[in-house]
Design a protein around this ligand. Sequence first.
Ligand code: HC1
Ligand code: SF4
Length: 554
Amino acid sequence: MRIYVNGREVEIKDNSKNVLEALKNIGIEIPNLCYLSETSVYGACRMCLVEVDGKDIVTSCTLKPREGMKIKTNTPEIYELRRGILELILATHNRDCTICDRNGSCKLQKYAEEFGIRDIRFTKIKKDNVVDKSSPIVRDNSKCILCGDCVRVCEEVQGIGVIDFAYRGFSTQVTPAFSNELAKSECVYCGQCVAHCPTAALTFRNDLEKLYQALSSDKIVIGMVAPAVRVAIQEELSLESDLAMAERIATFLRMSGFNKVFDVAFGADLVAYEEAHEFYKRLSRQEKLPQFTSCCPAWVKYVEQYYPKFVENLSTVKSPQQALGSLIKKIYAKKMGLNPQDIFLVSFMPCTAKKFEAEREEHAGVVDLVLTTKELSQMIKASGINIKQISPEPFDRPFGISSQGGLSFGKTGGVFGSVVSVLRDEIGISREEYDNLLEGVKIAKITLKDGKSIRAAVIFGLANARKIMKKISSGEFNVDIVEVMACNYGCIGGGGQPYPNDSRMRQKRAHILRETVGIKTLLSPVENFYVQKLYQEDLSDEHARHIIHTNYKP
Ligand code: HC1
Ligand code: SF4
């Protein structure tokens, strides 16, 4: 379709959802504070105004493109309107930018700068300023601009709806029901509200201080790095596609005082291997099917809350974070003659829910601190070390080697793909068919060489999971194994990843992860020599393997 933008003819996609998105796709970014391509259109902030056919000024997010239409995105009138909107928003905003969590990544701050706003003509209206620090997700209403992005993401993408607008006029707030703290709500700590908040109304708990305390103590500080961290941190460090980033992080952490640095992808290899065997056993006995993956802590909490009858269907294998953590504290410490109490174990994760996972009762004393990709990037920047110039060093043995399967955990389909690769290596596969049911839901039919057939679903987004769970629950959908990752595109889209954390960035991260996976020589967890050695020496019987299993209670 051809339209005219600021006097120039441009070609846009015929199926464009609206003018805002159509122009974004051709590189024209119309300012906006409340538009998300993943959710319904809200049209609240009014920043995306455009002039149409020389007459009307309307919001471009609600405007359907039409052949030949003439759009102006930047007239003096529109400029003044946008400035006025910004001033009004800023009048009610807590403007402590220098000590704000989103300093440097806040959309409101960016527009205030671009529109040259130096003075607010209106009286500041003080908002209720109780900061909710009850959970890994931090809420500060004095930073809220009422764009509703969090409300729509939580409701439409995650199907949870734990936060909503309450009260009226200047008292309007986004809050959990009855103004409760998040910790008293059904929040699963996925952090997708954080990922999409344009300001610092929703952030996550920053725990860096605890790391520096540990580094200045006598503790043996051990780090482990999740698959999705290595691809997203590059955005913070202005790198394009550095396939050796994980090893550069390992060097950096050692230079910062870490005694050992391991790869969570090793834990993922181990988990996939164990989970494949658990699944094959259940499949053979036709019990506790479908088996649900349990690597994603937001999904585990979701099942506990909404589908308690399926809790026993969750794989009992711990997540790679907790499985590797248990190995380090229980097996590695013993082998090295260390007291587990002297170890301070830090995991670097893309995810806000991993902070919650480490604090769960059943995982107590394993991972001492979870830091997000954002926190790691703060560490790197504050150190003054130019990570581009330091040499990549391999992770420490024995938990430093991983296969393509283990590293693939970082994106949707990775866990299931690894389980399949173990079955392929150990039993053999005669037929595989994959199909997209809808965006975020893939289904697979696999026939094993021993004649068994497997039906599987790979899902991202908890609203998608709900759709499938309803069908599984009613018996309408028959399936043997289900992978669910709460965040769109999987862990690469976790709530602890850099901003912007939208679909485009997630697709870019998926691409870099695929490239990084591609250079690994080991294809499947079965080929990971250190995993096999672990099974021979330390995990040889079911009793020993208890340390990498847990039990979720309905
Ligand atoms: Fe994930 Fe996982 S893949 S859950 O996204 O199973 O967070 O990266 O570390 O534990 O490996 C997260 C990522 C991560 C675990 C692994
Ligand atoms: Fe909703 Fe997830 Fe945010 Fe909790 S963390 S409020 S579940 S989007």
